[in-house]
Design a binder for this molecule. Sequence first.
Ligand SMILES: [Zn+2]
Length: 330
Amino acid sequence: MIDQPVSSQEIIVGLDIGGTKTAVLLIDRQGNQLSSIASPTVISTPEKLIRGVVSVVNEALQIAQVEVGQIAGIGVAVPGLVDPMKGIVELAVNLNLRSYPLGQALSAEFASPTYLENDVRAATIGAYQYANRKEPIQHLAYLSIGTGIAAGVILQGRLYRGAHGMAGEIGHVIFEPGGPVCGCDMPGCLEAVASGSAIARLGRELIPEASEPITAEMVYRAASEGHEKAISIVRQVSHYLARAIQLLIMTYDVEKVVLGGGVTRSGPTFLDPILAELARLRSLSSLAAAMLEDEKVALLPADYNAGTWGAITLALPAPVTLSIRSDGSD
Ligand SMILES: [Zn+2]
């Protein structure tokens, strides 16, 4: 096997179907990346969505110079509520899908078993893979900070979903009582005070003289250039995010909290004020000093797509990953 280039049934496909783009990653059984591309997601109808996904997968197969018959399994990350056991997307508003058998549809298109997972849960598995390349760990929380905020948890090497698949949904815990109303209608949720959209909103409120639409990235850049109002926004957001990290560590006693998502791409400008707040918390309490070490916090590299790598893992038949795969819809 090792001497052959790519033999039959040797390709694993990882898909991350987002509201705006669909990313696809192809690897062989040895874990070598064969191709990685993205294309806009078409959400007008489920049929058009499937056609778009089929088309981007075919393009990735072409780039990798492999045939559709060589696909051994497909893992799919979906933004919404999924039933991994049945392969059904219960509700994905951003994809315009409701009670849709996406697993079955893709299995039929590619004649391969297909495994679905919620996108943050899939990215949690991807983050776990990433963290384990550096050191073997068993317990991890992944905190995704993008347009919204959500976390996923791996305990004893297994994805922990909880009773209703909601474990880690700290984006909708109140962090600022009486604060801005969240998309879930609750005032002051973490997502309403520290997500990318919250940072952009704060930027608009505090920097009204701005001539172009303010983004979270611009607020971080302005803060790094010494803009006082931007620095105060970043400081406030970092306090909340440090408390979210504290909450995940104290609730699940994880070895690592990995941060990912669009907002984290600001790199050190994003991470340093959070680490400063964790240092302040450590200085207040010996319990915090023992639990909130900097080494527990890691940032995903901007070019690492945790969603597609996690999706790949769902479809990998290797025993080492069986413990965290879904049972899917094959
Ligand atoms: Zn909320």
